[in-house]
Write a protein that binds this ligand. Sequence first.
Ligand code: SAM
Length: 144
Amino acid sequence: MTFYDSKEGVKQYINMAKDYDGRELINNFIPYLDKDSTVLEIGIGPGKELDILAESFKVTGSDKSKLFLDLYIEKNSDADLLELDAVTLDTNRVFDSIYSNKVLHHIKKREMVESIYNQARILTDGGIIFIRFGPVRVAKSMKV
Ligand SMILES: C[S@@+](CC[C@H](N)C(=O)[O-])C[C@H]1O[C@@H](n2cnc3c(N)ncnc32)[C@H](O)[C@@H]1O
């Protein structure tokens, strides 16, 4: 079981991230896309950034952790959510953009190529991938 697949881990992360919403980061991303673009967020966690992205775009949220997806759908019953692993991205849908923040440092280095390949596979022509990594040191220290 990973940190984010346990109720305790999810609780700890929500508490750790309570004062951060990513709006400043997303403001850098907005000018690169048309208003009605479709955006897939990989690894929504508590979903604060999905909420902000939804103010400007047609969003689909995803995460490998079903616990995070269940928590988000509880509060947003009409949300478009997919249970996806960032490496395989096993979906037939395509998106104008793919956004992830503090997610891809959780996958192994050798899985990174597969993830980027699959992100390109589910991107429309001319689409944009926006990735921000998180601190690897912190990821390694997360224990339930
Ligand atoms: C540090 S949290 C970041 C959450 C959110 N993006 C934020 O900025 O608050 C990492 C998130 O990535 C998800 N995650 C970790 N490994 C993943 C994977 N292989 N595929 C999809 N999501 C993954 C976790 O479940 C968690 O929601």
